[in-house]
Design a protein around this ligand. Structure first.
Ligand code: F6P
Length: 341
């Protein structure tokens, strides 16, 4: 079989592990041919690709980023491709396409599958917000990076009697903030699922200082919003990919807390450091399993589906299940946490 692979959307630790696994299973075990499209769907539409053999994936298991490159694609260009999908399949002479990506990529994958392309998706995102899979690879790495950063920030906050406001990634879902916040013992966690009340944060810090705990750590997701009217704040504009351009909620909250508390409050934006570098062992294993199962699904002809972790098993679910609704932090996960929300 001739199988195409691409990585699209934001990069994520573990992408190279999936590519390597697909090539190992397909080329070495199944005598398939694998081609890798460059820079996501752009490479697919422009016909830019390279042959992936065993040598080309040697040494990439632990490497961050993606050897294929990644990009986001405007929906209009993708619709154009779907309209011409028959010509696309013929031109590329593909038996299957494995797009590896998050919500946007899997939605695109679904559009292509609906248009008749033989597509098997592999979900990825550090945000862990793809429903239908218990976990996405990349998340464990991001949580580890954010936790380590907060462990370090706690000691300096305590030395200087400061409030640290640590902004982590998480556009629509607060999984990174929740889990890294819990792991680091943050005193407040602010996530997109529940608008935060600045008064509650002020009260929490004042109570801590009254108990001689003269520092505080607040972990806030980039997509969190304050309760309307609780502090000066306006949402960012929507970019060409349909994403809100964030205005820096961590910075704004720190300014507000400093003003209200009369204490130093320092913002720390972790940003892309959470996405770069080597994946954890957990992410390498999950990514490798996803790659293996994607090739098996191709050979079974299970198109229009994606790999998913359910408990400890990997299964295949319809792409639609993965993208129709985002997986967001439920109330009971907030209830289990002692931090202020
Ligand atoms: O979806 C993954 C993610 O890392 C989000 O957490 C974040 O909002 C977004 O990608 C950032 O994307 P970009 O790298 O395009 O700024």
């Amino acid at each position: 079989m001739r199988i195409g692979v691409l990585t699209a959307g934001g990069d994520c630790p573990g992408l190279n592990a999936v590519i390597r696994s697909i090539v190992h299973r397909a080329v070495a075990d199944r005598q398939d041919e694998v081609i890798g499209f460059e820079d996501g769907f752009k490479g697919l539409l422009d016909g830019r690709y390279r042959q992936l053999d065993i040598n080309s994936v040697s040494g990439i298991l632990a490497r961050g980023g993606t050897i294929l490159g990644s990009s986001r694609l405007e929906r209009d260009r993708l619709r154009e491709a779907c309209d011409n999908s028959e010509e696309l399949i013929e031109r590329l002479d593909l038996d299957a396409l494995i797009p590896i990506g998050g919500e946007g990529t899997l939605t695109a994958a679904r559009m292509l599958a609906d248009a008749g392309l033989p597509v098997v998706g592999v979900p990825k995102t550090i945000d862990n917000d793809i429903s239908a899979t218990d976990r996405t690879f990349g998340f464990d790495t991001a949580v580890g990076v954010a936790t380590e950063a907060m462990d370090r920030l706690k000691t300096t906050a305590e030395s200087h009697q400061r409030v640290m406001v640590v902004e982590v990634m998480g556009r629509h879902a607060g999984w990174i903030a929740l889990e890294a916040g819990m792991a680091a013992g943050a005193h407040a966690i602010c996530i997109p699922e529940r608008n935060f009340q600045v008064d509650d944060l002020v009260k929490m810090v004042e109570e801590r200082f009254a108990r001689e705990k003269r520092f505080a750590l607040i972990c806030i997701a980039e997509g969190a919003h304050p309760v309307e009217g609780s502090m000066p704040y306006e949402k960012g504009v929507i970019d060409q990919y349909g994403h809100e351009r964030f205005v820096g909620v961590g910075n704004r909250l720190a300014v507000q807390l400093e003003h209200r508390l009369g204490k130093e409050a320092k913002p720390v934006i972790l940003g892309h450091v959470q996405r770069g570098g080597t994946p954890t062992a957990y992410d390498r294993v999950l990514a490798t399993r996803f790659g293996w199962h994607a090739v098996e699904a191709v050979h079974r002809g299970e198109f229009g589906r994606m790999t998913a972790l359910r408990g400890t098993e990997i299964g295949m679910v319809p792409l639609a299940d993965g993208v129709e609704q985002l997986k967001r932090v439920p109330q009971d996960r907030m209830d289990e946490t002692e931090a202020v929300f």
